[in-house]
Design a protein around this ligand. Structure first.
Ligand SMILES: *Cc1c(COP(=O)(O)O)cnc(C)c1O
Length: 499
């Protein structure tokens, strides 16, 4: 299987090269030249496989330059008992006759980013070897919370890699900060950056585009790479849980073979929902993909009007991993629905960069609406969704999942569609304990400490505190440095043992 760029016709490479490079040389995103098809019989056959067995089946069809043995090694290193608290990896919870939750947060950092970031380091290091490179990869990440911690856990102590994560000094929750400052592993460093997330991100971007610095690192045997969600090695593992969920629902006889289902996805960078669309292209029986946004509703407007316009106020919400105005992976979706029209896609992305806006033609607007239904949920309604769902069913959602639940309710109200619907649950409520408790009890003391909040939430919900969060209490802080942007290269150099 060859990979192409979304922005030009002649670029072509292997899966290993696509994963190693992350972004195509023309600025486009890597896409497979076609999507492998799975018959209903093959989907039925997945019933008898474990999550890992299903993952090997799916990844093998995309990563054709990897042996099945290599893929199995990657899969088993990622999805196992030391990294996930549940045997089934992604359990399905039945809320009622029509609504289910696909829980993607039983991994070590308690958010769905683990699904991709536990396996990416293994795919990446194998890809580098395959392309005859022997450099040590240096992963640089700017994070507003979930990604940084998941990347640290994914890359910790992986041979041939080093990772440096930068977070905005005052831009992450206390729990997220603690998760990062206590990070273990011989090849990791973490730094706080003076300023907000944009400062941290632009500082990391500046390093990535500093050719002189990159050449210097190369000479010393290092190569820079990012772990962001446009890397094909992060996207492809996310297709697996859509199939796995369907197989599990066949197994528990909630659906019959061939029955269509809806997936409702809390969306930020459009990676998760895109993986669902790819599953649909591969033959998974999907009726609608419901795209749920928070108050940053740029995607809702796009789906409803065909106009993508990032020129709007940016809101900080209780679902921070969805606070995004440029959903990068949408580019891959546009490429597909225009029949791989790379010239058009390139034009829109250039308009987006220059003016912050583009509009797709009527025929594409129709196509978007056939596949997607878009809605958004404001802050008050997010907390209400948590409270109402708990009171009606005893089920506790985190704020990201609650956004999706609210948007599903809007979808059902407007369409009356009784298709069985699966809401992707993307974070443990314990990770966002403060807002969840606020929703459930009406108020939380400003100065309440994180661990007493975990206990409170466990008491009210009857759920077990995830071990990885409970254990933070006894861990010591390893990284307490706050850096100015100008000092980041020195910080990285020091961690690599060069100067
Ligand atoms: C990253 C994230 C999302 C958004 O996923 P995208 O792939 O960026 O659309 C939703 N919820 C949580 C908890 C996340 O960490």
């Amino acid at each position: 299987m060859k990979y192409k760029s979304t922005r030009s016709r002649n670029l072509e490479c292997s899966a290993a090269e696509a994963i190693k490079m992350g972004l195509a040389a023309d600025g486009g995103l890597f896409v497979p030249e076609r999507f492998p098809a799975f018959s209903l019989q093959e989907i039925e056959d997945m019933k008898s496989l474990s999550y890992n067995g299903r993952a090997v089946k799916i990844l093998s069809r995309f990563l054709t330059d990897f042996t099945e043995e290599e893929i199995k090694e990657c899969v088993d290193a990622a999805y196992n008992k030391s990294k996930f608290e549940t045997e089934s990896i992604t359990p399905v919870y039945k809320l009622n006759q029509q609504v289910y939750f696909l829980e993607l947060w039983h991994g070590i950092t308690c958010a769905f980013k683990d699904m991709a970031l536990q396996i990416l380091p293994h795919l990446l290091t194998k890809s580098i070897k395959k392309t005859n490179d022997d450099k040590t990869v240096v992963i640089l990440v700017a994070t507003s919370g979930d990604t940084g911690k998941a990347a640290l856990e994914g890359f910790r102590d992986i041979d041939g890699t080093k990772i440096a994560v930068f977070y905005p000094e005052n831009g992450v929750s206390s729990m997220q900060k603690l998760q990062m400052t206590t990070q273990e592993g011989e090849n990791v460093v973490v730094g706080a950056i003076c300023g907000n997330f944009d400062d941290a991100q632009s500082a990391v971007k500046a390093i990535f585009t500093d050719e002189e610095y990159k050449a210097y690192l190369n000479k010393k045997g290092f190569m820079l790479s990012s772990a962001n969600s446009i890397n094909w090695g992060r996207l492809v593992p996310q297709i697996v849980y859509y199939f796995s969920c369907y197989a599990d629902m066949l197994l528990s006889e909630e659906i019959t073979l061939g029955e269509k289902v809806n997936f409702v996805v809390p969306t930020g960078n459009f990676g998760d929902i895109l993986a669902g669309y790819y599953a649909m292209l591969m033959g998974l029986p999907v009726n609608k993909l419901v795209c749920a946004s928070n108050k940053n509703n740029v995607l809702t407007d796009f789906i409803n009007t065909g106009i993508y316009n990032r020129n709007r106020t940016f809101y900080t919400t209780s679902s921070p991993s969805m606070d995004i105005l440029i959903s990068s992976n949408l580019e891959r979706f546009l490429y597909d629905i225009t029949g791989n029209d790379c010239a058009r896609v390139k034009g829109w992305m250039e308009e987006l960069a220059a003016e912050g806006r583009y509009e797709i033609p009527d025929i594409s607007k129709q196509k978007v609406k056939e596949i997607l239904w878009g809605g958004y949920c404001g802050e008050e309604d997010t907390l209400l969704a948590i409270k109402d769902t708990f009171e009606a069913y005893g089920y506790v959602m985190d704020p990201h999942t609650a956004v999706a639940k609210n948007v599903y309710d809007q979808y059902f109200f407007e369409t009356g569609d009784t298709t069985k619907s699966i809401i992707l649950s993307t974070a443990s409520p314990f990770k966002f304990n403060r807002d969840v408790l606020k929703a459930l009890t009406g108020g939380v003391a400003e100065d309440a400490d994180e661990f007493s909040l975990l206990d409170d939430l466990a008491k009210i919900s009857g759920m077990k505190i995830p071990q990885s969060l409970a254990q933070l209490k006894s861990k010591s802080v390893r990284f307490d440095e706050t850096l100015k942007k100008a000092n980041m290269r020195d910080f990285v150099n020091k961690s690599l043992g060069i100067n």
